[in-house]
Design a protein around this ligand. Structure first.
Ligand code: UDP
Ligand code: MG
Length: 322
């Protein structure tokens, strides 16, 4: 029988996981699919892992893997994709902001033949004004720079067919940005809209610093436009310098007066140095990423796993290879 995998990255979600698993199994038992729920504990500091172990013992079909430390939401998702064994994999958050009631519509779109079913959040009550504005701004800038359209309201709540999962798990890049990768991979995709309730319990795990990091990872892995800015700024400043030089020569030769002041020289110099440092920073950002990619470290490390079917397969294929 065809199998559906649900991949849930979780960091400090002890209060949400039991509720989520209960609702998920209620929804999934109404469908004619076998299913597995795979929770990825991304270095939780609360008792999430204990909760996952208990859920695993109580209910058939719930599995867990524990990463050796906090690797971040995207890497935890990647770990989940590696060990999910279903023909379709649904990724969703642990905090109930991605309601299990949407699952049947995701699955029915997949049955219609779509290989990726994305979701669009239509109303977010209680989401801070700051977060709303910054995320809208980011999506705009990203779409514009990368040429790969991102819709605002898109989250890592989606269904992926096995064919896409196979492609994604072959990616080695250390800074994964699924929202950009999925349109990049291609295949037929569609959207399903849903209303997102506020987080059930606990606090949002994304700090401002993490969001900046996330945005930078997204931009630099999908666009080299920031690098090209240097050419543009070079042309503009060279043009301005040329005009200034022309003016200085003109006043000296024709009007026979010299342009007074060292302040303007100093101003111009510090302005140019400022630009230079910014551009060095941009280049440094990309070189840093090249360095990290060249090191080729794993995207995540598994510390513990609860008898996960996908893990068994992975182990088996390793021994087959020997
Ligand atoms: N998460 C994770 N690792 C992290 C941060 C978050 O696995 O380092 C998980 C978290 O437990 C949740 C999902 O990613 O299931 C989304 O996180 P959160 O709700 O904090 O983000 P937001 O909804 O604010 O975008
Ligand atoms: Mg959330």
């Amino acid at each position: 029988m065809t199998q559906i995998s649900i991949v849930i990255p979780a960091r400090n979600e002890e209060g949400n996981l039991p509720v989520l698993c209960k609702e998920l199994s209620e929804v999934l038992s109404t469908l004619q699919y076998e299913y597995e729920i795979l929770i990825v504990d991304d270095g939780s500091t609360d008792s999430s892992w204990k909760t996952i172990q208990t859920l695993h013992q109580q209910q058939v079909g719930i599995f867990g893997i524990k990463l050796s430390r906090n690797f971040g939401h995207q890497n935890a998702l990647m770990a989940g994709l590696h060990f999910a064994s279903g023909d379709a994999v649904i990724t969703m958050d642990a905090d109930m902001q991605h309601p299990p009631s949407v699952l049947p519509s995701l699955i029915s779109r997949w049955e219609q033949g779509y290989k990726a079913v994305n979701t669009l959040r239509i109303a977010t009550e209680k989401e801070g004004f700051g977060k709303r504005v910054t995320s809208k701004f980011f999506y705009r800038v990203f779409s514009w720079l990368s040429g790969s359209p991102l819709k605002s309201g898109m989250a890592d709540f989606r269904l992926l067919d096995r064919s896409i999962v196979e492609v994604l798990t072959s990616f080695q890049e250390p800074h994964i940005f699924f929202r950009g990768l999925i349109p990049w991979v291609g295949f037929s995709s569609t959207d399903v809209e849903y209303k997102s309730p506020p987080r059930l319990s606990g606090s949002a795990q994304y700090s401002f610093r993490m969001m900046v990091r996330f945005a930078l990872a997204g931009l630099t892995s999908f666009s080299i436009f920031p690098l090209r800015i240097s050419i543009l700024i070079g042309i503009i400043t060279a043009g301005l310098a040329f005009i200034e030089l022309f003016y200085v020569l003109f006043t000296a030769i024709i009007a026979e007066t010299s342009v007074p002041g060292w302040a303007s020289t100093l101003g111009l110099m510090s302005f140019l140095f400022g630009i230079l440092f910014i551009l060095l920073g941009v280049i440094g950002e990309y070189i840093g990423r090249i360095f990290e990619t060249v090191k080729g470290r794993p995207q995540f490390i598994i510390q513990d796993a609860l008898n996960t079917p996908g893990l068994k397969q992975a182990k088996k294929s390793q021994t087959d290879g020997d």
